[in-house]
Design a protein around this ligand. Structure first.
Ligand code: PLP
Length: 387
């Protein structure tokens, strides 16, 4: 890639190993959920330390199944963060429940446990906490709160595969955890996800709902002449992960620590290069976590600049650097604004920080020169438009 080619916002890290494993799957005669998905589940459970892991076709499916297994249904409320992807709120609505938004902390942009507590009502059934950018939430406070108030804690670890909180892997802390293996995530299967849990009844319910509500043990229990027999015990979904994707996931999981270490090293390099760039606030990691740097989110300081965030993004694009914004707050989307009566001004930290956020490119296949180019572009825009 020459210096004048734009730097993409993201590029997957796929080696010959992943390619060989997918080709082997294609040649094996078994494409859909089978031995490779089962092995990926075992390997992912072992990696996270969770008792159960369920391979799925997305994190959205994992979030949906996690809430369903928690018993969330019509009339319930689920508390989540406004600074997340719409899938989080959508699955709450799919179950007939209402999303309730609790503001984030200004430092790590994760849901604020005190705000969660303030939003609990007699209808609250669950809390959905998102480990934003790959940095775990304040889990001690959330776990304590959910235990005290009898709430199900579902973690959205779409950004946080491999992250740790006080030395413990994300995936074995809350009641259930959803991971994303979407194309841009730290571990990818193209499309895919995983639900982990330590609770056997959650695992059992989610497994049944993953595949049409079929009770796979039914034929064993009733012994009706072999494996052709099954029973549908609930109106389930179609959320299973095919073996083609699982093959990709098995190799990616073996490479995850190395890929995450590379992300962390590149993040440190970016932070060092931008350290004295005063109009920019840099992301930070709390000392008690292992941050896996799915996103590198800077915040522009409006008082130091003559341009807003949208213009800053355009200026970076003009310098060949593609960026993104994570996220447009849930309550800004028309469906949620109009359907749930969320008002602007009700979530001041999220609303204020949202105006300043820019996600810079950060992925393991970037070179050091790519990182320096991103830093140079940010510094150049900041210098040109400084107040
Ligand atoms: C990517 C993402 C999801 C959805 O993941 P899919 O695997 O695409 O369903 C959910 N939550 C957050 C925070 C995400 O970034």
């Amino acid at each position: 890639m020459t210096h004048t080619d734009p730097l993409p916002y993201n590029r997957p890290d796929i080696t010959e190993e992943e390619i060989a494993e997918v080709v082997a799957t294609l040649r094996s005669g078994w494409l859909t959920t089978g031995p490779r998905a089962a092995r990926l589940e075992q390997e992912f459970a072992a990696y996270t330390g969770a008792a159960h892991a369920l391979a799925l076709n997305s994190a959205t499916a994992a979030l949906h199944l996690g809430l369903e297994a928690a018993g969330v249904s019509a009339g319930d409320e689920v508390i989540t963060t406004p600074l997340t992807f719409a899938a989080c709120a959508n699955v709450i609505v799919h179950l007939g429940a209402a999303p309730v938004l609790a503001d984030v902390c200004a430092d790590d942009l994760n849901i604020d446990p005190e705000q969660v507590e303030r939003h609990i009502t007699p209808r609250t059934k669950a809390v959905m906490a998102v480990h934003y950018a790959g940095q775990p939430c304040q889990m001690d406070a959330l776990l304590d709160l959910c235990r005290r108030r009898g709430l199900f804690l579902l973690e959205d670890a779409a950004h946080a595969t491999g992250a740790m909180y006080r030395g413990q892997m994300i995936g074995a802390l809350g009641d259930a955890t959803a991971f994303s293996f979407y194309a841009t995530k730290n571990l990818t299967t193209g499309e895919g996800g995983m639900l982990t849990t330590n609770r056997p009844e959650v695992a059992e319910r989610a497994r049944i709902m993953t595949l049409h509500g079929m009770n796979r043990d039914a034929w064993k229990r009733y012994d009706r002449g072999g494996s052709w027999y099954y029973e549908v015990v609930a109106p389930g979904y179609k959320y299973n992960m095919p073996d083609i994707a699982a093959a990709l996931g098995q190799v990616q999981l073996r490479r995850l620590e190395e890929m995450n270490a590379r992300r962390a090293a590149l993040a440190m390099r970016l932070s060092a290069a931008l350290a004295d760039c005063e109009p920019i606030q840099l992301p930070d990691a709390r000392p008690e976590v292992r941050h896996v740097w799915h996103l590198y989110v800077i915040r522009i300081r409006a008082e130091a600049l003559r341009i807003d965030r949208a213009r800053f993004i355009e200026e970076l694009a003009a310098r060949g650097v593609s960026t993104s914004v994570h996220f447009i707050p849930i309550h800004y989307h028309p469906y949620y604004r109009e359907g749930f009566g969320f008002e602007r001004g009700s979530l001041p930290v999220t609303e204020g920080e949202y105006e300043r956020l820019i996600s810079l490119p950060l992925y393991p296949t970037m070179t050091e020169a790519d990182v320096d180019r991103v830093a140079d572009a940010v510094r150049d825009v900041a210098r040109e438009w400084r107040r």
